[in-house]
Design a protein around this ligand. Structure first.
Ligand code: FES
Length: 127
């Protein structure tokens, strides 16, 4: 039911862990299943120089977050914002239909982290 790539990233997740001094850290949850990702990014000169995460979720959530992390490490913020749930699933050779929503978690976490970095809370408008 899962591709070899999914099983590989699930069994040996890349970039997993935490970070001492991230430029941004964001937690994103899937309200449907309760799974969550805590993502850390080190950003320098508009490039994501390092990314770490903790994922609390199913096997597909672990595999998709791992794959997504490899797709943004060393990339610009603009390139990271182009990472969608479909692109993450495609990079893994596909996901079973019922697990497609799991790839949303990582893509949403990446967008949330980049957005938070570009618009920190103190700069957000409150009107
Ligand atoms: Fe929740 Fe997969 S079942 S992310």
């Amino acid at each position: 039911m899962y591709t070899e790539k999914v099983m590989d990233h699930f069994s040996n997740p890349r970039n997993v862990g935490t970070m001492e001094n991230p430029n941004v850290v964001v937690k994103v949850g899937d309200p449907g299943c309760g799974d969550a990702v805590l993502i850390f990014m080190q950003i320098k000169d508009n490039v994501i120089s390092d990314v770490k995460y903790k994922v609390y979720g199913c096997g597909a959530a672990i595999a998709t977050t791992s794959m997504a992390s490899t797709m943004i490490k060393g990339k610009t913020l603009e390139e990271a914002l182009e990472v969608t749930d479909e692109k993450v699933a495609d990079a893994l050779g596909g996901l079973p239909e019922v697990k497609m929503h799991c790839s949303n978690l990582a893509a949403t976490a990446i967008r949330a982290a980049v957005t938070r970095y570009l618009t920190p809370p103190e700069k957000e408008k409150c009107d």
